[in-house]
Design a binder for this molecule. Structure first.
Ligand SMILES: [Mn+2]
Length: 299
């Protein structure tokens, strides 16, 4: 039992309680620390949230939108802290780890006195269910954090991480609290706001790179469904930007998270042509697409 275990540990060990997530925390890390802090507070325990690394931009924006200040979750770790890991089961932080609540089960179980690590849609959901089992009644905020952590961690309930048994709970809690599920659905998919001007859209997520003598630019869209005419408009604009800004290559990525597809469009300034590659997977720009291009250019 997560919370009774934590209470036991706090009876044995002395020190300030610190909650943390994985390096470069995502929304679920932040939400699960907020949930843990909330429920511990109910049990009369004060805890500080000490996330570390760079928080992902979309997750931080969502927290802010719903009233939390992401920067305030990065308190420096107090000395002699008793650590509770949320959304992870190892940490780079010093201190004594007394508990973990995670959803990344592993063959190699670390030595943590209170170890709760099981398949779940989000770590927030693990903590929430443990609190309910401990007899704590979640308030509206806790319901929201648990629900939103599921949407944000599972591409809006579409990734393999999503647990089907959460569906009835999601429906019930959304109806009871009047949460806007379509809005969470959009947030979870990290969809690009397509109401922006074409000029802005063709620069969405812009990055540029220099590989040897080549200058490369890239931008992307994350869409709910195919939008061929919008994409054609944007490709024309990207090509024009490629020419005027003096890039050799422009990579334009169209992700459809729900269909798990990626279209990689590549414009070459010297042949003035686009090529398209379709992938039945969500490719990572930073880990797949650009490194592959870099290798091909430098060969
Ligand atoms: Mn997670």
């Amino acid at each position: 039992m997560l919370f009774s275990g934590i209470l036991t540990q706090l009876g044995i060990n002395q020190g300030p309680v610190a909650l943390t997530g994985h390096l470069h925390p995502d929304y679920d890390s932040a939400a699960s620390c907020l949930l843990m802090r909330h429920f511990l507070h109910r049990l009369g325990i004060d805890a500080q949230i000490c996330l570390y690394g760079q928080m992902d931009v979309h997750g931080a924006a969502l927290l802010e939108k719903y009233g939390w200040n992401p920067a305030s979750l990065f308190s420096p770790l107090p000395e002699d802290a008793l650590l509770i890991l949320c959304d992870c089961h190892t940490t780079k932080l010093p201190g004594r780890v007394i508990a973990c609540a995670d959803h990344h089960p592993t063959m190699e179980v670390p030595h943590i006195p209170v170890y709760q690590n099981r398949p779940a849609s989000s770590a927030g959901r693990v903590i929430y269910e443990a609190a309910v089992a401990h007899g704590l009644a979640p308030d509206r905020q806790a319901d929201f954090l648990a629900l939103s952590s599921i949407y944000m961690d599972t591409l809006s309930c579409s990734s393999s991480k999503f647990q089907e048994r959460d569906k009835p709970w999601i429906r019930e809690i959304a109806a009871r609290r009047n949460f806007d599920l379509p809005a969470l659905q959009r947030e979870g998919l990290c969809l690009t706001d397509l109401s922006q001007s074409l000029e802005k859209l063709c620069q969405n997520g812009f990055r540029d790179y220099t590989f040897g003598k080549y200058r490369v630019a890239s931008s992307y869209l994350q869409m709910e469904a195919d939008a061929p005419s919008l994409v054609q408009d944007l490709l024309r604009r990207c090509a024009a930007a490629c020419e005027t800004q003096g890039y050799d290559i422009w990579i334009f990525l169209c992700y459809i998270p729900l269909k798990k597809t990626t279209d990689v469009y590549r414009y070459d300034r010297y042949i003035k042509k686009w090529t398209r590659e379709h992938h039945a997977a969500l490719l990572s720009r930073g880990n797949n697409v650009i490194p592959t291009l870099e290798r091909s250019l430098l060969e």
